[in-house]
Design a protein around this ligand. Structure first.
Ligand code: SF4
Length: 612
């Protein structure tokens, strides 16, 4: 028995209301370390190709990493893995808060859920025991009320809960899973939970996480803490979190009017200093000295009294850029509403921005919107649009499918304006203004996800592994691979996805932490960590290849490839998709024509089994 792991997996079959337990296999631990590695391997092994994401055969794998619940910093997040109803491919979604550590305290490394309950239930896991409880009385409730009533039923105000809201119940394809105010937001994890009639998972445990070498682990944590304090971005990130709207506008890559422009008018109203004025208190995830979270409350204006945890940068953008309006109150109120209803803010904002452009071009009218005037600069309809999507009313019904499918159903040329990759809406960065950042959005296995391979070299000027010109295409294949693979091995821990983008944890420090915790000396070797990062990315890719994905799916909408940014510091830039993809595939050792890993690459990584 090694440290770090609880060596215990809980399986739940909702259809038959059966539970089983099993230990972690040595092959899984040695080959994949944990977290994202476990998720990629299990999802590949356990899901049959071609299954319906909304059906009994899809699984939801909730995983806490081997460092969760320890005092290693920023490692107590959890991840959920599933086949996405939004993209039709492999998906990973992650969240901070307290839920990941609590999973370890219950005595489990992961919970694997399959099947479908015949009526709403919630799963209660406590001190190594488990049961399904009735959740019919919770169906229809928002996330806040669901948290409160489950705690009341359990008589435990400290139970940690992850649940869905009305959006997940109504099959909105980008419904998320919400724990406190933190979310596994992207890709439709909440949709899959809703389909399974699983309203929530509640956890409570008191087990400690053992460490193989306590002294070595304490020394590694000390090194990590010193590294955080010495990082030039630590103090600012700790104070402001992801409030970086001014920086992205200053680079002219703040997607505005559905990626038609790169600067939103009056962006100064969305500066970090403006959010600091609304700060009520700071928050943090389990064992994280960064405490980047904030509770912000707006006191004046249309949204007076609204409060939220955040909003994160992506959410600030989602409710400003797409509608070309800078209303700080709306960013807070809309974030809270999405959290309550249980929806991903990025896809929600992207879908609303898509609807604004269709309205602007006359493809949809007031007859479709239930009378709402979706004119640029008019942000008033946004709150109502969020509700319409969550409850599938009027145009909200089709927008709930995500922009790719909505465009297909609407027709009339709407496909041109669906700004997505693999069905996942683009986040708050115009790829034309940061080419490696864009190349990651293009090639990330889950679709347009910024956290799969964030490019801090381009966004923050981080000089590791080297300084770059953000607008240049050359050399970005190699850099994108570097960012994606380093993120992948750090997410075996599971490290917070903000840390790679801040360059806060080196491979050497991670190696010391993970080897001291688990007692597996090989994990201290940075070369092995890099190899496992590459292996994970390739395995995720092969899941998608099995589903029919290839180069054709690594594709931006025409606008980003053929129309240049019209003005500002990124003016004149287009995304050179073909040349950059060629470069990236070559760096990865993938077939350039198809975008599929070669036999040699798969064998080199120990993934020969994916060629069957
Ligand atoms: S950096 Fe922020 S989001 Fe990440 S673990 Fe720490 S408090 Fe949580």
């Amino acid at each position: 028995m090694t440290g770090g792991y609880k060596n215990r997996v809980l399986r739940v079959d909702l259809t038959n209301r059966k539970f089983s337990e099993e230990p972690l296999s040595k092959e899984l631990i040695n080959g994949y370390i944990g977290g994202r590695g476990f998720g990629a391997k299990l999802l590949y092994d356990e899901l049959k190709p071609g299954i319906d994401p909304l059906g009994e055969d899809n699984e939801m794998i909730f995983i806490a990493g081997p460092l969760a619940g320890t005092n290693a910093q920023s490692f107590s997040r959890y991840k959920v893995f599933f086949k996405s109803p939004l993209t039709g491919g492999y998906f990973k979604s992650s969240s901070g808060g307290q839920f990941g550590a609590e999973l370890k305290f219950t005595g489990f490394d992961m919970i694997i859920i399959k099947g479908k309950a015949d009526k709403p239930v919630f799963l209660w896991v406590h001190d190594g025991k488990y049961e399904l409880r009735d959740a019919e009385y919770l169906w229809g409730l928002d996330c806040d009320d669901t948290h409160a009533l489950i705690r009341q039923e359990l008589g435990d105000t400290n139970a940690k809960i992850a649940c869905i809201g009305p959006a997940g119940e109504h099959g909105v394809k980008y419904a998320g899973i919400f724990s406190e105010r933190r979310a596994c937001g992207r890709g439709g994890g909440g949709t899959v939970m809703g389909d399974k009639n699983l309203k929530a998972i509640a956890l409570r445990g008191r087990e400690k996480v053992d460490l193989a070498d306590k002294d070595a682990f304490a020394a590694a944590v000390k090194e990590q803490v010193a590294g955080y304090k010495a990082n030039p971005q630590f103090a600012t990130f700790s104070q402001n979190g992801t409030w970086i709207a001014e920086a992205i506008n200053a680079m002219g890559m703040y997607p505005t009017k559905n990626f038609q422009e790169g600067v939103v008018p009056e962006w100064e109203k969305l500066e970090s200093n403006e959010y600091l004025k609304l700060l009520v208190r700071k928050t943090r995830c389990y064992s994280c000295m960064v405490h980047c979270g904030s509770i912000a409350k707006i006191a004046t204006g249309r949204y007076a009294g609204s409060w939220t945890e955040g909003p994160e940068y992506e959410t600030i953008w989602a409710f400003s850029g797409p509608v070309r309006h800078s209303d700080i109150g709306l960013t807070i109120a809309a974030d809270k509403l999405c959290d309550d209803l249980g929806m991903d803010t990025i896809s929600t904002g992207g879908s609303i921005g898509f609807a604004y452009e269709l309205y602007d071009r006359g493809i949809i009218t007031k007859a479709d919107t239930g009378g709402l005037e979706l004119t640029y600069g008019n942000s008033e309809p946004v709150m109502e649009m969020i509700r319409k999507i969550a409850y599938r009313e009027d145009i909200g019904d089709v927008l709930a499918e995500g922009t790719r499918e909505a465009a297909r159903r609407i027709g009339k040329g709407a496909e041109e304006y669906a700004i997505q990759v693999k069905g996942l809406e683009l986040p708050a960065y115009d790829p034309r203004g940061a080419k490696s950042h864009g190349l990651n959005l293009l090639t990330a296995n889950i679709g347009a996800d910024h956290n799969t391979g964030y490019a801090p070299q381009e966004i923050f000027g981080a000089p590791v592994p080297r300084e770059v010109d953000r607008l240049a295409a050359e050399g970005k294949g190699e850099l994108t691979k570097w960012n994606q693979d380093s993120t992948a091995f750090l997410e075996t821990g599971i490290l917070c996805s903000f840390m790679p983008s801040m360059g806060m944890v080196s491979p050497e420090t991670y190696g010391k932490l993970i080897s001291a915790a688990t007692g597996i000396k090989d994990f201290a070797d940075p070369d092995l960590l890099w190899k496992i990062g590459e292996k994970i990315t390739n395995l995720e890719r092969m899941f998608n290849v099995r589903e029919g994905f290839g180069r054709k799916d690594d594709s931006f909408p025409r606008r980003l490839k053929e129309e240049s940014v019209p003005e500002g510091p990124s003016a004149g830039s287009v995304f050179e998709e073909d040349a950059m993809l060629d470069d990236y595939y070559k760096e990865r050792g993938w077939d350039v024509k198809t975008g599929i890993p070669t036999k040699e690459k798969l064998e080199e990584l120990g993934l020969g089994f994916t060629m069957k």
